[in-house]
Write a protein that binds this ligand. Structure first.
Ligand code: DQA
Length: 146
């Protein structure tokens, strides 16, 4: 089973950006944690990041025919991007939306998510753990639905 984890803008700045909200661990700590989890449960996981909306669209389109499930944290594009939503609908691969912070208890603009309607589940506010929780949920979902 192959899962792709896609991270949007500013997630490469983890550990530096607003540590009171996102914690003090770095992006490379996050990638390590996800890779170790994937090894432990015996699945293949790729972890990608871009600050550019079109790159994120490409990363979703490339999954078509190659990837069984997607975990996505579109960062700020969560709240603005119809293009990323359209890409998710186009490939129609099971997708989970994750956020490190609890977006629903932050500013009003963060409570809007375009991608949510294309996802089988949303997990927010548990710090880096949201990624491993999403991978576990997706793994079970894919096994049950294939
Ligand atoms: C975020 C929440 C978004 O509102 C914000 O723009 C991010 C990170 C999160 O993981 O909590 O960049 O997606």
């Amino acid at each position: 089973m192959k899962i792709r984890v896609i991270n949007g803008p500013n997630l490469n700045m983890l550990g530096i950006r607003e540590p009171d909200i996102y914690g003090s661990q770095t992006y490379s700590d996050l990638v390590d944690m996800i890779s170790k989890h994937a090894d432990r449960i015996g699945i293949e996981v790729e972890v990608l990041q871009s600050n550019h909306e079109g790159d994120l669209v490409d990363m979703i389109q490339e999954c078509y025919g190659n990837i069984d499930g997607i975990v996505i944290n579109p960062g700020a594009y969560t709240h603005t991007s119809v293009a990323i939503y359209d890409a998710a609908k186009a490939v129609s691969i099971p997708m989970i939306e994750v956020h490190i912070s609890d977006v629903d208890s932050r500013e009003a603009f963060r409570q809007i998510s375009y991608i949510r309607a294309a996802c089988i589940k949303t997990i927010t506010g548990h710090g880096f753990k949201v990624y491993t929780e999403a991978i576990d949920f997706l793994t079970t979902y894919i096994k049950e639905n294939s």
